[in-house]
Design a protein around this ligand. Structure first.
Ligand code: ADP
Ligand code: MG
Length: 569
C-alpha cells in the first residue's frame, strides 16, 4: 500500500480512542471538567454500564453561550494559553481533547449556564458535529449527557466487560475523587439506584466513613509531612489504616498528586514499606495519600488519560511518603482503648529509655551471646507498672493514664519477632543446642523441601539432618523457641520455605512463626519478675503496639473512662 496521510476523521477517531477507553474514562473526563469549574456538587448517573447513558451534572461556573461550540473543538481549552502555563498548570484538564473525543464516539448533549447569563445554552452533537443548538433553562453549572457510547466503534464495544464491571469502574473512580475532594458533594446513581453519596463536609474522615464504613473511618490514622518553604519536598497529608485493619489486595490505596488521582507503583511501595513487620504477607493497608508538589516537579502529560505521573525527584517523594506513614504507625499509634473509642485518642507522650535486653528466663539454657539492643526509634510506650495477671493471659499494668491490659502472648511474639529479624540481619543468630538430638517425622513434601533448602533453614538457627527418607534429626534450634514449640516450628518453617515468595517476605513469615512458637502461651502463668521483664522488652521494640500479625498487644482503660464508669466524672 502506498503511504498516504489519514483523513482528519480517522485521525480524530484514533485520538478519541486514547482518551476514551471505556465508560469510566468518559466519567473521569466529565468529572474533572466539573471540578475544574469549581463545582461544589456533582451528580453522576449511569445506565446500562454507561454504554446506554452517562450524565454528569455540576453547579460549577458554566460555559458562556458564545464558547459552547468551541468547547467541542479539538485542542480548545480555557485552562492554559501556552507552553509556559503547561509547566505550571494546576487544573485537571488542559489538553482540550475530552469533549471533542467523547463527541466522536457517542451522542452528546450539553446544557449550561453561567451565573451572569439569563438563560442557559443547549447543544446536541452526533459524530462530533453539532446538530442542534438553542436556548434552554438550566441551573447555574453544566450538564453533559452521553448516549450510545461506542455505537459507532463496534470493536471498542466488543472489548467492554459486563455492565456490572463497567459500573464498578465508574463507582470506584468517583469514590477515588470523592476522597481527594471532601468539600464536594458527589452522588452516583447506577440504573436508578444510589451507589454513593458523600456529604461534602470538607472532612476526609466523613468521606472515608461513606466509602469504607464508620468503624474503619474512625480507626484510620492521619499522616502529615510538611514541605519546607522553597524546598522541593512534597507536602504529604492523608490517612492510613492501623495495622489491625488491612485488606487482601492493593486496591484500597489511593494516591493523589496536586489533587489528581494517579496510579503510581512507586508510591504504593513507599506506603507498603512503612508497614514492614506490621502486616502479614498478603495483607495490604487502606491509605489515602495526597501529595502537593510544585507543578514543575511533576509531569502529568505522560499519557492522554494523565493517570501516570513522573516525579523529577522520585526518591524524595518516596522517602517523604514512607517517612510520614512510618512515623504515624510506629510512633504515634494510639493504644486501642477499651470499647475502641479510637477517634479521640491522643498518643501517650514519648518516653525515651535506655534499654538493654536481658534473658527472658522463659527458656532455660545456654546462650551464645546476649542479643543486641534493637536499633529502633524511641518507643512511645508509657512506663508501665505491672500489677498482676488475669486469666493467665493478660498482664494488668498501670500507666500514666489509667490501666493497660497486655496480651502476654501477642506482646512476647512482638519481642521475639523483632529479635529474630535483627539477629538475622546482624548475622548473629542465637542457637540452642539440644542435649539429645530429637527425631522428627516429616511428610514427603517437607522432606523434599529439607533436602533442597536445608541451608536456608540453617540460616534461622536450625541444625537439621535428613535421616532416612521420612525422618530428620534435630540437633539445634533457634534460641527464641520454647521447648514445646520446636517440632511445630520446624515443620512450619519447612512449609514456609516451600513458598517461593519474595525472600524478604518469606523471612518475615518464618520470623513470625518462630516468634509465635517461642512466645509464652495464653493460659500460662507468669511470675511478676517474668512479666516485668516482658514489659521492659516490649518497650524496646520498634512497634510495641501490635503483634507481627497486626493484632493489638494492649488495650487501654483510661483514668477518664474509669471515672465515668464509676460515676465520678
Ligand atoms: P480541557 O478540560 O482539557 O480544557 P475539555 O475538552 O475537557 O478540555 O473541555 C474544553 C473546555 O470546555 C474546558 O477548557 C472548559 O472551558 C469547558 N468546559 C468543559 N466542561 C465544563 C464544565 N463542566 N463546566 C465549565 N466549563 C467546562
Ligand atoms: Mg477536560
Amino acid at each position: 500500500m502506498p503511504i498516504a496521510v489519514l483523513s482528519p476523521d480517522v485521525v480524530s477517531r484514533i485520538a478519541a480512542g486514547e482518551v476514551v477507553e471505556r465508560p469510566a474514562s468518559v466519567v473521569k473526563e466529565l468529572l474533572e471538567n466539573s471540578l475544574d469549574a469549581g463545582a461544589s456538587q456533582i451528580e453522576i448517573e449511569i445506565k446500562g454500564g454507561g454504554v446506554n447513558t452517562i450524565r454528569v451534572s455540576d453547579d460549577g461556573c458554566g460555559i458562556p453561550s458564545g464558547e459552547v461550540e468551541l468547547a467541542f473543538q479539538r485542542h480548545a481549552t480555557s485552562k492554559i494559553t501556552g507552553l509556559g502555563e503547561l509547566e505550571a498548570t494546576t487544573s485537571l484538564g488542559f489538553r482540550g481533547e475530552a469533549l471533542p473525543s467523547i463527541a466522536q464516539v457517542a451522542r452528546v448533549e450539553l446544557a449550561t449556564r453561567c451565573e451572569d447569563q439569563p438563560a442557559g445554552t443547549y447543544v446536541q452533537l452526533q459524530n462530533g458535529v453539532i446538530r442542534e443548538k438553542g436556548v434552554r433553562a438550566h441551573h447555574r453549572g453544566t450538564t453533559v449527557t452521553v448516549r450510545d457510547l461506542f455505537r459507532n466503534v463496534p470493536a471498542r464495544l466488543k472489548f467492554l466487560k459486563s455492565s456490572s464491571t463497567e459500573n464498578s469502574h465508574v463507582v470506584n473512580l468517583v469514590t477515588q475523587y470523592s476522597l481527594a475532594y471532601p468539600e464536594v458533594r458527589f452522588s452516583v446513581v447506577v440504573d436508578g439506584r444510589k451507589s454513593l453519596q458523600t456529604p461534602g463536609s470538607g472532612k476526609t474522615r466523613d468521606v472515608l466513613a461513606e466509602v469504607y464504613g464508620v468503624q474503619a473511618a474512625q480507626a484510620m490514622l492521619p499522616i502529615e509531612a510538611g514541605a519546607r518553604q522553597g524546598d522541593l519536598t512534597p507536602h504529604v497529608a492523608g490517612y492510613v489504616s492501623p495495622p489491625s485493619l488491612s485488606r487482601a489486595n492493593r486496591s484500597y490505596m489511593s494516591f493523589f498528586v496536586n489533587r489528581r488521582w494517579v496510579q503510581s507503583a512507586m508510591l504504593g511501595r513507599a506506603v507498603e514499606k512503612a508497614y514492614e513487620g506490621l502486616l502479614m504477607v498478603g495483607r495490604h493497608p487502606i491509605a489515602v495519600v495526597c501529595l502537593s508538589v510544585p507543578p514543575q516537579t511533576v509531569d502529568v502529560n505522560v499519557h492522554p488519560t494523565k493517570r501516570e505521573i513522573r516525579f523529577s525527584h522520585e526518591p524524595l517523594a518516596f522517602n517523604t511518603v514512607y517517612g510520614a506513614v512510618r512515623r504515624t504507625l510506629v510512633g504515634g499509634m494510639p493504644v486501642p482503648e477499651v470499647e475502641f473509642h479510637a477517634g479521640d485518642l491522643a498518643a501517650p507522650a514519648a518516653e525515651q529509655q535506655e534499654l538493654d535486653i536481658p534473658e527472658t528466663g522463659l527458656w532455660g539454657g545456654v546462650r551464645a551471646e546476649a542479643s543486641a539492643t534493637p536499633q529502633s526509634p524511641p518507643s512511645r510506650l508509657p512506663i508501665l507498672r505491672v500489677l498482676g495477671q488475669v486469666a493467665g493471659t493478660y498482664i494488668i499494668t498501670e500507666g500514666p493514664d489509667g490501666v493497660y491490659l497486655i496480651d502476654q502472648h501477642a506482646a512476647h511474639e512482638r519481642v521475639l519477632f523483632e529479635r529474630v529479624l535483627s539477629q538475622i540481619s546482624n548475622r548473629q543468630v542465637e542457637v540452642q543446642a539440644l542435649l539429645e538430638p530429637a527425631t522428627l517425622d516429616l511428610s514427603p513434601a517437607q522432606h523434599e523441601v529439607l533436602s533442597r533448602k536445608g541451608d536456608l533453614l540453617a540460616g534461622f538457627g536450625f541444625a537439621v539432618e535428613s535421616f532416612g527418607d521420612r525422618t530428620c534429626l534435630l540437633r539445634a534450634v533457634p534460641a527464641v523457641l520454647a521447648a514445646k514449640g520446636v517440632e511445630q516450628a520446624v515443620k512450619e518453617a519447612l512449609e514456609l520455605l516451600e513458598d517461593d515468595a519474595d525472600p524478604a517476605r518469606r523471612q518475615e513469615h518464618i520470623a513470625a512463626s518462630l516468634a509465635c512458637h517461642g512466645a509464652v502461651r495464653a493460659g500460662e502463668s507468669m511470675s511478676p519478675e517474668a512479666m516485668r521483664e516482658l514489659i521492659r522488652q516490649l518497650e524496646g521494640t520498634a512497634s510495641p503496639r501490635t503483634c507481627p500479625h497486626g493484632r493489638p498487644t494492649m488495650v487501654h482503660l483510661s483514668a477518664g473512662r474509669l471515672e465515668k464508669e464509676f460515676g465520678r466524672g
